[in-house]
Write a protein that binds this ligand. Structure first.
Ligand code: LLP
Length: 436
């Protein structure tokens, strides 16, 4: 079973967004990330519709995929931006995000990053998300220095365990030990600080407890705590919004029955029940807007098979994409589905289990075991790693002297842009020059 956006042409070659991935490989080389811009825009519009006219902001978490073309597509589809560094802030602004539709999270923002957030546009960005009590006087000082009123939102840490969220512990951020957000034990102190900081205006409250949540119920665990805190805070502060964060999961092949719109409908319902419907609802999705609409296209370099001591045959498919290109399997034991670029010749028999590995010298450069078979003679021998549109290219590195992959953008059934793979020679000359 493969995603809706993927199909096979009559020859059995995989297509994304109506474009043959063989032609993409020919045009851009491999490894390359390939994105379906139409599907990304449609994803954003479907999420937008789930608010049903209620005032809202979908602040796209730029860290998931910061390709300009994608950020511009999402902004055109109505999104704002959630950024986590001065560089991401700059990128969002340059891609056309309105300053007041940008929120900035991050546990350790430097003074110059705060200055950039305060200095954007006529009145600074929509909200600097405060993640510690200690940050409040720093923001106050920078705002006073800039002669501006800082709009801030308090990101609480609701103390939700990773186990309750059923996601990987590395991407759970709302538990007691996490460095993220202001714990409820420090809430009173934070509010007192806000009350006495004249250059800071508390405009919202937020939470983000983890990524790849697969049910609205997991998302609501934190939202419930957040709404409760809002009720305590409201008598003292005039709030504009509540931000329930990102984290909407996608289907990596093991299922994710909840669609992004389901998370929002459930949250909106709870918001109304709690009597908070006068507040705008913000969210910060990253993965769910882009993840399923991008693939990593790789060429098979060679296959290897060997007899194990128990007499069984081990098979490897070695591809030209490695852990440096897509870090998620090595870092989180994440499994991405991998399928042959072309269907095998019928006579070739059933596909067999292959360990798909990259060229990097690390045991963790391993994409897991997948059923694969060589394509018919004359057809490009490649594989497609699915659901690689989020946290793929943005986490790529040049480890082992590898070039960053190409990126290919599809729209209206054709390639509209290619951002080429960097020359390997660039890495060589840069490193030769290091320290020279
Ligand atoms: N807001 C905040 C404050 C965040 O920290 C994150 C993600 C998001 C929003 C967006 O979450 P999303 O909707 O994408 O789940 N590299 C990992 C995911 C790390 C997520 C970090 N924070 C992965 O590849 O699974």
């Amino acid at each position: 079973v493969i995603d809706m956006a993927l199909s096979r042409d009559p020859r059995g070659v995989l297509e994304l967004g109506g474009v043959s991935l063989v032609s993409v490989a020919e045009a851009a080389g491999t490894p390359s990330y390939v994105y379906d811009l139409d599907a990304i825009a449609a994803e954003a519009k479907a999420l937008d519709a789930a608010f049903d006219g209620h005032p809202h902001l979908v602040a796209y978490a730029v860290k998931a995929n910061s390709a300009g073309r994608i950020v511009r597509t999402l902004i055109a589809a109505g999104c704002g931006a959630d950024v986590v560094s001065g560089a991401e802030l700059d990128l969002a602004l340059r891609c056309g995000a309105a300053p007041d539709r940008i929120v900035y999270s991050g546990v350790a923002k430097t003074d110059s990053e705060l200055d950039a957030a305060l200095g954007a546009g006529e009145a600074g960005i929509g909200a600097i998300q405060v993640e510690s009590v200690e940050e409040i006087p720093r923001i106050e000082a920078r705002a006073r220095n800039a002669g501006r009123i800082a709009r801030v939102s308090l990101r609480i840490n609701p103390g939700v365990d990773a186990d309750d969220l059923e996601t990987h512990s590395y991407i759970a951020t709302g538990h007691d030990e996490a460095k993220f957000g202001v714990p409820l034990t420090s809430l009173a102190e934070a509010l007192d600080r806000f009350a006495s900081a004249s250059s800071v205006r508390l405009v919202g409250l937020s939470a983000h407890v983890g990524s790849q949540l697969t049910s609205a119920e997991a998302y609501l665990i934190a939202a419930r705590v957040l709404f409760g805190v809002i009720k305590q805070v409201r008598p003292r502060f005039r709030l504009d919004f509540v931000d329930t964060g990102g984290g909407f999961g996608i289907d990596y092949g093991e299922g994710c029955p909840a669609r992004p719109a389901d998370f929002i409908r459930a949250t909106r319902k709870l918001q109304d029940q709690e009597g908070l419907s006068d507040l705008a609802l913000y969210c910060e999705p990253g993965r769910s807007l882009v993840g399923s609409h991008g693939v990593l296209l790789a060429r098979v370099i060679q296959r290897k098979s060997a007899l194990a001591r128990d007499g069984s045959t081990r098979r490897w498919t070695m591809i030209d994409a490695g852990m440096n290109d897509l870090m998620r399997p090595a870092l989180y034991q994440a499994r991405h589905r991998i399928v042959g670029l072309a269907l095998p010749k019928e006579a070739a028999g059933a596909p067999s289990a292959h360990r798909v590995v990259g060229p990097v010298c690390e045991s963790s450069d391993d994409f897991g075991t997948h059923d694969l078979a060589p394509p018919p003679e004359g057809v490009l021998d490649g594989v497609v790693v699915l659901d690689a549109g989020a946290y793929g290219y943005t986490m790529a590195s040049r480890y082992n002297g590898r070039a960053l992959p190409a990126e290919v953008f599809l729209e209206g059934g054709r390639i509209v842009a290619i951002s080429p793979r960097r020359a390997q020679a660039d890495w060589v000359s840069e490193r030769v020059g290091a320290g020279a």
